[in-house]
Design a protein around this ligand. Structure first.
Ligand code: SF4
Ligand code: SF4
Length: 372
């Protein structure tokens, strides 16, 4: 099922965070702003709007900070959504550093929990420190093990969403074993991409020079670990293969678009655009805004149409690509961030996707849990 089929409303709950990840994709953005949290009134109106306009009943909590830092709000939004429709399913993307109180609620209320988790403790603690000398690995390990041990027959999946950096590229087999030892059977890996700033990365020499990711090496180890995981009945995906289990001419839900409500009252189409007020070169993703007077969302139809037009049929570089049906033009968030252009391309990624199509081929059945 291609990634675009993952229709849902996302709540970018708060800018508050309890970790200090070294690569945080929006840390520059977050440092400069006053802490902001999504108002409950907007979240409720978002649920009403989404349920009226989409048959999906899937809701999701996500950044820009750590959603469990606004636990009370997360509970209220979930309970409102479930009061509107009892078929609601709940997904949470979390850094895994939360209290017993939070995990007990998650056990009863969540269906999909993606832990942002970078592998064995030395990597996790290096990439994702709590701050000071405090490591995050023991807490996330304990929460994962507790949730998996306690879930019984409940419809709950706890998986790992791994950011790949130079630190863990060559340790992918080991990662499969490590996650397996904690009980995790679903893993998505994402190559590190440059953070979002005020200008496209192509015009930011300093950022370009700082960025390093060895795609060839990632693929070598990924392919090896993919087959290794498969033997153990573990799903080991790559963001580059997120459309390999179906056919689509768009990359993801951004081209639908579906709402991602930002803490400052905007409607974003993409996980990479978490605040609407000053979105700079990423403004093409901010397609709506909460209107405090009418108590409704105002939508920008031109922006919506531009996102919908971003299909692999309309991208000149995709037209004759052998991966066209299983890529959809790749992640527009990354492309716009790096090229400043909704019709841009990441040639290194294109080469990588084509290699993956050749070497592991398309999936023989739909993914059980789509990429977050
Ligand atoms: S980050 Fe990429 S895949 Fe995710 S919502 Fe944005 S465009 Fe889609
Ligand atoms: S691999 Fe590149 S050229 Fe091919 S469909 Fe994807 S974005 Fe387009």
């Amino acid at each position: 099922m291609p990634h675009v089929k993952k229709q849902m409303i996302s709540f970018f709950l708060t800018t508050k965070c309890n970790l200090n990840c070294i690569y945080c994709y929006n840390k520059e953005e977050r440092k400069k702003i006053r802490e902001k949290t999504l108002p409950l009134e907007i979240a409720k109106a978002g649920i009403d709007y989404f349920f009226e306009n989409n048959c999906s009943r899937h809701i999701r909590f996500y950044g820009p900070g750590e959603p469990t830092q606004e636990f009370g709000l997360m509970k209220e939004i979930t309970s409102y959504a479930k009061s509107v429709d009892s078929h609601v399913t709940v997904e949470i993307q979390t850094n895994g550093v939360f209290s017993k109180n939070v995990r007990e609620w998650m056990l009863r209320n969540a269906n999909i929990i993606w832990m942002s988790f970078d592998g064995p403790p030395d990597i996790q603690n290096f990439n994702r420190p709590i701050g000071g000398e405090h490591p995050s690995a023991p807490i996330i390990e304990d929460n994962v093990k507790w949730l998996l041990k306690s879930k019984g027959n409940q419809n709950l999946m706890v998986g790992a969403r791994v950011t790949m950096t130079d630190k863990n590229i060559s340790r992918q087999r080991e990662m499969v074993d490590y996650f397996n030892s904690l009980g995790i059977k679903h893993i998505w890996t994402n190559p590190l991409f440059p953070s979002v700033g005020k200008i496209p990365v192509c015009n930011d020499l300093e950022k370009l020079n700082r960025y390093s990711f060895d795609m060839d090496s990632y693929l070598d180890y990924y392919i090896d670990a993919y087959y290794y995981a498969r033997e153990k009945n573990i799903f080991y995906g790559s963001f580059l293969t997120c459309n390999f289990d179906g056919e689509a001419n768009v990359h993801c839900r951004s081209c639908t678009p579906v709402p991602h409500l930002t803490p400052d009252g905007y409607v974003s189409a993409c996980d990479m655009v978490v605040l609407g007020e000053n979105a700079y070169h990423m403004d093409c993703f901010i397609y709506g805004k909460w209107n405090q007077d009418s108590k409704k969302f105002d939508f920008n139809t031109e922006k919506i149409e531009a996102l919908r037009q971003r299909t692999s049929d309309n991208l000149s570089h995709c037209k004759n690509c052998p991966a066209k049906l299983h890529c959809g033009g790749y992640c527009l968030g990354e492309v716009v961030n790096e090229t400043g252009n909704l019709g841009g391309q990441k040639p290194i990624v294109c080469k990588a996707i084509r290699r993956l199509i050749e070497e592991i081929g398309i999936a023989d059945k739909p993914y059980e849990y789509l990429h977050p």
